[in-house]
Design a protein. Sequence first.
Length: 167
Amino acid sequence: MKARFVQTYASSMLGREVVERGTLALKPPGRMRWEYEQPEKKLFVSNGKSAYFYVPEDKQVITFDATGDRGVAVQLLSGRSDLLTEFQVFAVPGLPNQLRLVPKDKEAEIREAVIEAEASGRIRRLEILDLQGNRSEYRFENVQENVGLSDSLFEFKVPKGVEVVAG
């Protein structure tokens, strides 16, 4: 799958919002590529085993194991989450295409998530409220499925002169 995305992060402490835009590519099992274009270039790539977060301006790449628990958005979009096992699932009154997810685990990193889906089940919007009251929203547009994405799209080669930090 390929799509355009708009990611909005609202900080409860700073009282401000950051809006980022770019493209997303997903391919089972667990492969994803988030290319941020605005307001600054960033890249998040996972081949399903290893993940890389690269900010060219910082000349730094953070690497980490992609097989573990790396956040609700990544779990839901990569298909690694079993919704009925991990969450209490509620319909959102008056909004037939939305589900509210509340973690069953008391140690969870989020307070709740809301998924808005098309009739086909494709996720159109994902909103996550964390324990500190910060809100992250992901909107997906121009979604194209079964486009034959190359496996090489999900590999990352560290550029020369870039510091590598284990995350």
